[in-house]
Design a protein around this ligand. Structure first.
Ligand SMILES: Cc1cc2nc3c(=O)[nH]c(=O)nc-3n(C[C@H](O)[C@H](O)[C@H](O)COP(=O)(O)OP(=O)(O)OC[C@H]3O[C@@H](n4cnc5c(N)ncnc54)[C@H](O)[C@@H]3O)c2cc1C
Length: 400
């Protein structure tokens, strides 16, 4: 991307840098650098969200009328690049990036007035109830039953892989309201209070030893019909719209930070290889190839951001970004593992604790490489697997 900044943009960048220097507390910076997956723990993301909310900078991609910043594409790029550079904790995407835009587009005025401010402030913490034990890629086959009963729907069934359901007080979900006919035409999109009676959240511990995802069980859970987004049996329209926002938003700036971290690690003398990995031609070539890929991702990201700021949905560009971004992330994780050598050998949960400093490479760099590698294997699966993204690109871009 051409980053010749105009004087106004340079002034904006300096304003952002000054804000981050003054307002990002060291403990949140450390939490950001220790994050081993795309989701920062709520303990750290919400305090940061509140700081941004107080400044009015929490939702740069939202239209100004709903609390967005009114920034240009370039300003938003500068913002995300500076956040990555400063190591800010990530903000949970389920409210700000996923259900928020859907409420703006499909919500009633009452739903907009109720939910949007609570998403901005972090008062509501959302999780996403799409996948079920038998329905992932083939999402339209979902079976969570919503039976009409007066002013409510009554939910019975289960959702799985629900990220941060154990933190959330809200879930947006897809439920089946019609069992006959085309599967897509019997789905309804609902906004659920997670404190409703009849909900059980069971943890699923990942390969990296972390509790991020859950299975959620519904046993006669009542949801008022007033909490439906869009029409009954037309939830598929909302669901597809949301997925474009879910897929978008990969960060070239974040990948650049990872690249910088790997370069730094590879430039250290390593006794086990008797020199510096960066001087190894094969490794240097892999690193250079990854840098080119990251540049290409920034171009795609720019297209997605332009679409979002013009109030459009990003279309198949979000599938490209999701695919390129997650594959680059995984390539970088492999290089990081190579760069830290023996320090990547085992998962070391202690390294995630603030204040720990284990080994000469340092906790946030060396010891977390394996946890990041393991967590990011899931990146090419969640949000629609990369095989499914390739299918979308084949149909919508190549016309196959
Ligand atoms: C860490 C993590 C977090 C998640 N968080 C959430 C969440 O918060 N909320 C939520 O609702 N879901 C979540 N998911 C679920 C995720 O969206 C699904 O795992 C994903 O859609 C794949 O579905 P599946 O696991 O059922 O795999 P399947 O659909 O069974 O796919 C298995 C394999 O077959 C391939 N495949 C399937 N169909 C095709 C096809 N037509 N063409 C080519 N290949 C195909 C897939 O690419 C995959 O490799 C999460 C998943 C993970 C791993």
């Amino acid at each position: 991307m051409n980053l010749d900044l105009s004087p106004d943009e340079l002034a904006f960048r300096d304003e952002v840098r000054a804000f981050l220097a003054a307002n990002l507390p060291p403990e949140l910076r450390e939490a950001g650098s220790r994050t081993t997956s795309v989701f920062t723990d709520k303990t750290w993301s919400i305090p940061w969200q509140k700081i941004l909310h107080a400044k009015g900078w929490v939702a740069p991609s939202w239209p100004k009328q709903y609390g967005g910043t009114g920034w240009s594409d370039m300003q938003r790029y500068i913002w995300s690049a500076e956040c990555a550079r400063a190591g800010t904790p990530g903000l949970a995407p389920m409210g700000l990036r996923m259900v928020g835009p859907c409420i703006m587009r499909y919500g009633t005025e009452a739903q907009k007035a109720h939910y949007l401010p609570r998403i901005l402030s972090g008062e509501d913490y959302w999780c996403q109830g799409y996948s079920e034990p038998g329905s992932g890629s083939d999402l339209a086959s979902l079976q969570l039953r919503a039976t009409s009963d007066g002013d409510d729907y009554v939910l019975n069934g289960s959702k799985i892989w629900t990220t941060h359901a154990h933190f959330a007080n809200r879930m947006f979900l897809l439920a089946r309201t019609k069992f006959e006919g085309k599967p897509q035409a019997g789905i309804t999109f609902l906004l659920l209070d997670m404190h409703s009676p009849g909900i059980t959240v069971k943890p699923i511990i990942t390969l990296a030893g972390e509790h991020e995802v859950n299975q959620v069980f519904f046993d006669d859970v009542r949801v008022p019909k007033a909490n439906r987004l869009g029409e009954e049996n037309d939830g598929w329209t909302v669901a597809k719209y949301l997925l474009e926002f879910e897929r978008g938003g990969g960060s070239g700036a974040g990948l650049k930070v990872s690249l910088g971290r790997i370069r730094e690690l590879a430039a250290q003398e390593m006794s086990d290889i008797g020199g510096r990995l960066i001087d190894d031609e094969a490794f240097a070539t892999k690193l250079a190839t990854a840098s080119v890929l990251v540049e290409a991702i920034e171009m795609t990201e720019h297209r997605v951001m332009s679409a979002l700021s013009a109030g459009k949905n990003p279309g198949p560009a979000s599938s490209m970004l999701k695919m390129q971004g997650t594959e680059a992330m995984q390539k970088l994780d492999e290089l990081a593992i190579e760069a830290v050598g023996a320090y990547a050998a085992v998962d070391q949960p202690a390294a995630r604790q603030p204040g720990s400093n284990v080994g000469p490479i340092g906790p946030s760099k060396g010891m977390l490489a394996m946890a990041r590698y393991l967590n990011n294997r899931a990146a090419s699966i969640y949000g629609g697997s990369n095989e499914i993204q390739r299918d979308i690109i084949a149909r919508l871009v190549l016309g196959l």
